[in-house]
Design a protein around this ligand. Structure first.
Ligand SMILES: [Zn+2]
Length: 382
């Protein structure tokens, strides 16, 4: 990450931006405005990624922010542009996503700093080892002048490719529920226990998993996934006594999501009951849906339209830093078509023409906001 910061600093400084690393390990770059006491626009994405990742998730958003500044050709806007490259968005090391962006909204507290990675190293220690001072994390907060957050990101899904469109305006980021369910049966011999006298936890889990798929397929806009199954004792010749499964439920509408979760848990209880088993369920995450700012979203649509493309409006099923920033400032996102809809994999890609369109739309957006008479009054909460 030090190398990444060094490299990106080399691209930002010649554009006239002042670069520093905040105490949460976020790269921050300030591109001055042509006016004093101006408001600020924050634009960027994350610099970290997942193991066996592609080359575009996150970092493309930072590169596009820099490319937009470059395309301004030295022109200053009536507001400060701050480019941000967030740290720890994916949550790979500590199991907690968005650590970098949480620091900007003041949500990195002692509990979070004490969370440890697999080797027992805390977030606090990791920050120190990186050469930063975790006691300074308060200074990583958003500048009071910052009144907009924009994020370019690859779609990481097949929607835009299917529509044959390069860019989309994100209108909301779907909420997520994560649960862990454990079906509790009885272990017994696979060769001697008659088929009608079994309490097979894994078979119960399997029956429920297909129900989950069915419910999601028949509920518009619902995504429900069982991504992990673990059977105990987990031997070829033993009926499973326990089957632990995960459940991930997403929908843009909070009511639909919570109703779906409730229904799926009820169905698990039903499956367990008619098989003479028990089921235990624990909620692991309840992340509400976040609506993007409607003024910014329509400005993005206009910018996309002005590049000669048809803007598509869509909901993001994946979480992004924008959902954290939206707690404090009006936020919006622009998606780029993702070939094959493939992400979090080395074959992740983007089309060069789409990137060119994104830069063009970004520069148009910066100019639109500069001349929007309602920009400051409508979007500044400070
Ligand atoms: Zn990402």
């Amino acid at each position: 990450m030090h190398d990444v910061h060094r490299e990106i600093t080399r691209w930002l400084e010649p554009l006239g931006a002042k670069v520093y690393i905040d105490a949460a390990g976020n790269m921050r770059a300030i591109y001055p405005s042509r006016e004093t006491a101006a408001s600020g626009l924050l634009v960027g994405s994350h610099l970290d990624t997942v193991p066996k990742a592609g080359a575009f998730d996150g970092i493309l958003g930072v590169m596009l922010a820099i490319a937009c500044l470059e395309a301004l050709g030295g022109e200053k806007l009536p507001y400060v542009v701050e480019v941000v490259g967030f740290s720890e968005e994916e949550g790979v090391r500590f199991g907690i996503p968005f650590i970098g962006s949480r620091a900007l909204v003041g949500r990195v507290d002692n509990d979070l700093l004490s969370v440890q990675d697999a080797r027992g190293i805390s977030v606090r220690k990791a920050i120190q080892d990186f050469g930063l001072d975790p006691r300074e994390i308060g200074h990583a907060a958003l500048y009071p002048e910052t009144c907009v957050y924009l994020e370019f990101h690859i779609e990481q899904g097949p929607v835009l490719e299917k529509l044959g469109l390069p860019l989309a305006a994100v209108e909301a980021i779907a909420g997520q529920s994560r649960w862990e369910l454990t079906f509790l049966g009885r272990a017994n011999h696979a060769g001697t226990t008659p088929m009608d006298q079994r309490f097979d936890a894994l078979a119960a889990a399997a029956e429920w998993i297909t129900l989950v798929e069915q419910v999601a397929k028949t509920t518009p806009g619902l995504f429900a996934t069982v991504g992990s199954v673990e059977a105990r004792p987990g031997a070829t010749n033993v009926i499973a006594a326990e089957a632990r499964v995960t459940l991930d439920v997403r929908h843009r509408d909070e009511a639909v999501r919570s109703r779906a979760v409730e229904h799926l848990i009820e169905r698990a209880e039903g499956v367990a009951q008619h098989r003479g088993l028990a089921v235990r369920s624990i909620q692991r995450l309840n992340q509400p849906a976040v609506v993007m700012d409607s003024f910014l979203t329509s400005q993005i649509e206009e910018a996309i339209r002005n590049t000669g493309c048809t803007p598509h409006r869509m909901v993001s099923g994946a979480g992004h830093d924008a959902m954290i920033l939206a707690e404090k400032v009006p936020s919006a996102m622009i998606f780029l078509r993702t070939p094959g809809g493939i992400s979090h994999d080395p074959s992740e890609s983007v089309a060069i023409d789409d990137v060119a369109k994104a830069i063009e739309a970004g520069v148009r957006l910066l100019h639109q906001l500069a001349s929007a008479p309602t920009f400051h009054s409508r979007t500044c909460r400070a």
